[in-house]
Design a binder for this molecule. Sequence first.
Ligand SMILES: C[S@@+](CC[C@H](N)C(=O)[O-])C[C@H]1O[C@@H](n2cnc3c(N)ncnc32)[C@H](O)[C@@H]1O
Length: 174
Amino acid sequence: MPDSARAGEKTLAQDPEDMPADAGLVFIGHITTLWQDHHACPKSGTQAQDTCTVHLDPRYQDGLKSVESCSHLIILYWMHEARRDIIIQAPAFDSVTHGCFALRSPVRPNPVSLSVVELISVNGCTLKVRGLDCLDGTPLIDIKPYFPSNDSVPEATVGWHKQRSHPDRRSTDL
Ligand SMILES: C[S@@+](CC[C@H](N)C(=O)[O-])C[C@H]1O[C@@H](n2cnc3c(N)ncnc32)[C@H](O)[C@@H]1O
């Protein structure tokens, strides 16, 4: 297990990757983006204006029926390069640590991430989208329609984020 956790951080005794559990998850494709390394990668999809490409494995193509009618999608992806053992984390924009489940960090026991993206086009099994924040080659887990009626909660709050010690950093730094 790597031991490069920041001050105040806490790691799990056992890396979840070594634990016996299997949800039967299959990668259904992959995502190509402009970003090969973390420094270049946007911190959240809302910061990202570049077009990314979602490649669905052709065996699932029938599942795209009617997707072209959606303006926005929820894309779920697997942060394949993320550590999975830091349970309390020290984000760069705060002097206070937080649990991984209070953060949108890719570092978590199951490194599942999501973004709401704008759908630009669908061509066969290839979707062009805007609003992703993942590295080139990130595995794809799922695609869902974004329903503003169900998925938007305008009054939602994240208390610790309002009180973070470096509010000068972009509010989308999660
Ligand atoms: C803060 S996370 C947010 C992810 C997603 N939008 C969410 O909220 O669940 C985005 C960061 O994850 C990192 N990242 C992107 N792709 C990754 C990958 N395939 N493996 C590990 N880390 C990745 C990059 O540093 C990127 O800036």
